[in-house]
Design a protein around this ligand. Sequence first.
Ligand code: C2E
Ligand code: MG
Ligand code: MG
Ligand code: MG
Length: 279
Amino acid sequence: KVKSEGRNHVAVYTDDLTAQARQRVLLETRLRSALKLDKLECYYQPQLDVLSGKIIGAEVLLRWHDAKYGFIAPSVFIPIAESCGLIHALGKWVLQRSCQQLRQWLDQGIPPFSLAVNVSAQQFNKDQLLDELKQVLAESAVPAELLELEVTESALMIDEAKVVATMHQIKAMGIRLAIDDFGTGYSSLSYLKRLPLDVLKIDRRFVEHIPQAIDDQQIASAIIALAHTMNFKVLAEGVETAEQLAFLREQGCNYYQGFYFSKPLPAQEFIALLLSQPN
Ligand code: C2E
Ligand code: MG
Ligand code: MG
Ligand code: MG
């Protein structure tokens, strides 16, 4: 009896794994073809100056709408792309597409603003990134100062000496650097101090429960103070309410993004929103 139950259990577990693996392979195949057929889309979420309320730029967020399965979230397909190596081609595509888009906007006479592009840990730690950045900037003729790269703390942990060198090379090109989801990783302060960073982005989970959660308030203000001590700017992500924004203003947070002002938008809607803002 026990034995058959055990066998049964194993059988179910194996079936489950097989289904999961099949699902992964299926998504990987469809993602690969979506990339090849140019069916992915860049969305743009406004980033604003806390004090002036002006849009200073946008974060580029990848969107995938599959014909059969509908909208598939980046939290699902980015890890798949990372595990099968597709992240390199995907990351390059996002850089190219968003810089081409910015070039078009600049050519239309739209006042310059910056784009923040997410770079995965693997992409950041691969030698070809620097050449790709040079190539993308040259092809699009986008000024390097208008490009910001967002890397998570996990990207910093792979090879510290190399990360420091890479960051200095990227900075030397004129590109800005931000740490994404700050506060959720394990980077030491002495390490952070050695990095030529421009922005720390406070992770959404520390903003979410402000003002009710006193501990989150304290963490957010500590990150703001820390960033300023190190001469970095600080941006809060996931701002959804007027109360959260008021708190961040009081604490001296420089920038914010979040549903309170706007969710990520398709290119045309983003630019319409930007142009509708008073200068
Ligand atoms: P992230 O870079 O931290 O991006 C912020 C996420 O928070 C986005 O989710 C955005 O839609 C969401 N968000 C923004 N404001 C709010 C808000 O007020 N409330 C809530 N609840 N959420 C908000 P999204 O677009 O689903 O992306 C999730 C993650 O996937 C990103 O986190 C990033 O790590 C990754 N990702 C997205 N696009 C790319 C990409 O092109 N390359 C790479 N490597 N990763 C990407
Ligand atoms: Mg980001
Ligand atoms: Mg983030
Ligand atoms: Mg995140």
